[in-house]
Design a binder for this molecule. Structure first.
Ligand code: HSE
Length: 332
């Protein structure tokens, strides 16, 4: 995305620094997300309750951004503010609103695995952008933050897709109807839809998982795919969980990316046998997720899949939640 587009979409007015009760520091949480939702490559995503990342941001009084601390990353993320997606996105926002006079220190606390397919970089970036917006008392629509968050994605994996950052920012289930121009739609969803996530501890960088995808597709496959996307969106509107389940099939991306995930098809078989509504890759993987109609089924699935991965000598983490409609939240 061009910088001039960011300018066009950026807020034009800013409340004074002393807005929001004269706050000079803030602690924000932003949620993990499941992008693609099986059939909607780059256009569908939803937020979950856990995991998520946290940012603590303080005004310093000295122009410029520093990153004083990153925890939970095993030393993998850069503390150089010119190279970290959180500080770079925040810097773009400050430039766009004409507030480069501001001094900020950022602490990033990673509470989820990097390279997991759960929107790890998105959660960090969105937490940072939501923190600066709130700190400055900027009451512009959160949609204005989306291009800056996409800039962070571009930096993290070479492509500025929005299917992680948009649900992290708005919460809920989100459709990216169009990228040029940006057109984002929040979708309804059944309240009793549970999500079971299992992260097998193998590294699948999004940049590489994008490179292996086929560049050209057959019309026959395109027809299958858009039928499924339309079916999934209809099922969400109609609260029809069975329609949601039978629409969550991917003939374009999953056949290639599943090769990067240990025993993907075996895990799907186990999840479906235990009563999953659907099963697929979360984002670019290696995390996998299942929708279920209740919490007990979601927990049974995570337990079974983790046992299976342990048998393969692969460590794993799991998370169970409903769809998170709140998005980022201020913790303090
Ligand atoms: N839609 C993106 C992809 C999400 O599948 O590459 C990355 O998490």
């Amino acid at each position: 995305m061009e910088d001039n587009k960011l300018q066009e979409l950026a807020p034009t007015t800013l409340a004074p620094l002393s807005g929001n009760g004269g706050r000079d520091s803030i602690h924000v949480f932003a949620p993990a997300t499941v992008a693609n939702v099986v059939c909607g490559f780059d256009v569908l995503g939803f937020a979950v309750d856990e995991p998520g990342d946290e940012v603590i941001m303080r005004l310093t009084g000295k122009p410029g951004i520093t990153l004083s601390k990153i925890t939970g990353d095993d030393g993998r993320l850069p503390l150089d503010p010119a190279k970290n997606t959180v500080s770079v996105s925040v810097q773009h926002y400050l430039q766009s609103v004409g507030r480069t006079d501001i001094g900020l220190d950022i602490e990033l606390h990673k509470k989820m695995p990097i390279g997991s397919g759960l929107g790890s970089s998105s959660a960090s970036t969105v937490a940072g952008l939501f923190a600066i917006k709130t700190l400055l008392g900027d009451d512009a629509d959160p949609i204005k933050l989306l291009p800056f968050a996409m800039k962070g994605e571009e930096m993290a994996c070479g492509h500025g897709h929005a299917d992680n950052v948009a649900p992290a920012l708005f919460g809920g289930f989100v459709l990216i109807r169009s990228y040029e121009p940006l057109d984002v739609v929040r979708l309804p969803h059944p309240k009793n839809l549970w999500c079971a996530i299992v992260f097998p501890d193998v590294d699948v960088p999004t940049r590489e998982a994008r490179q292996i995808i086929r560049k050209n597709i057959q019309m026959k496959d395109a027809v299958t795919q858009w039928g499924n996307i339309a079916g999934l969106v209809s099922g969400l509107f109609m609260q029809d969980i069975d329609l949601i389940g039978r629409s969550m099939k991917d003939v374009l991306v999953e056949p290639v990316r599943s090769m990067l995930i240990p025993d993907f098809y075996k895990m799907r078989e186990m999840a479906m046998e235990l009563g999953a509504v659907s099963f697929g890759i979360s984002g670019s993987g290696p995390s996998v997720f299942a929708f279920t109609k209740d919490e007990a089924t979601a927990r049974a699935i995570t337990q079974k899949l983790q046992q299976h991965l342990t048998g393969l000598k692969i460590g794993s983490n799991s998370y169970v939640s409903t769809i998170n409609d709140a998005g980022p939240k201020v913790l303090g």
